[in-house]
Design a protein around this ligand. Structure first.
Ligand code: IMP
Ligand code: MG
Length: 180
């Protein structure tokens, strides 16, 4: 159902383009994968990406463990609130493990920095990061991803798991909200 208040969305990255890139990322990760990799998926935005990436990793021969952590920094709007909140933790023990953090989009860098520091504090042997999207030029803290799907400009995107005020996670493509 669509409503009069739904935003106009233009396709920025189409479904087959995403699929091809996810396969490429999985191959890169599998090539550098240490034994007994633990993937930590940052919810909610990356659940669709993570589901595809984990299946692509399996096809590439990697058999990681997977756990989930919910972090939020956005509240209901399109602007980051600045502070990161941990509302659901992983249950896996991180000490002595090789961790790969998977998230949807890198903007200010605060979410990724929070997650990476937490894994390091808990004694991870190594912490790498895989981000579907990177809003280059928007960084407020110094952090870059080890594996990046696509670089995009400063525009608000939805779909493929990414939300606008907790909606529009469903489209299989990445779309730009017109005027956003
Ligand atoms: P950062 O902490 O500023 O790097 O923001 C990263 C988080 O903000 C991501 O994990 C997303 O959940 C959210 N986010 C940033 N940009 C967008 C966007 O364009 N659409 C939807 N969510 C976004
Ligand atoms: Mg997120």
């Amino acid at each position: 159902m669509t409503g009069a208040s739904d935003p106009v969305v233009d396709v920025l990255i189409a479904e087959p383009v995403i699929a091809e890139r996810v396969t490429g990322l999985a191959k890169d990760i599998a090539r550098s994968e240490p034994e007994d990799l633990l993937i930590v998926v940052i919810l909610k935005g990356s659940f669709v990406f993570a589901a595809d990436l984990i299946r692509a990793l399996d096809r590439a021969g990697a058999k990681p463990r997977v756990d989930f952590m919910t972090l939020s920094s956005y509240g209901k709007g399109v602007k980051s609130s600045g502070s990161v909140t941990l509302s659901r933790d992983i249950s896996e023990d991180v000490a002595g493990r090789h961790v790969l953090i998977v998230d949807d989009i890198l903007e200010s860098g605060r979410t990724l920095m929070f997650a990476r520091d937490l894994m390091t504090e808990r004694g991870a042997v190594s912490v790498k990061t895989c981000l579907l999207l990177d809003k280059t030029g928007k960084r407020e803290v110094p952090i870059e991803a080890d594996f990046t799907g696509f670089e995009i400009g400063d525009r608000f995107v939805i779909g493929y798991g990414l939300d606008l005020a907790h909606r529009y996670r469903g489209p299989p493509y990445i779309g730009v909200v017109r005027g956003g």
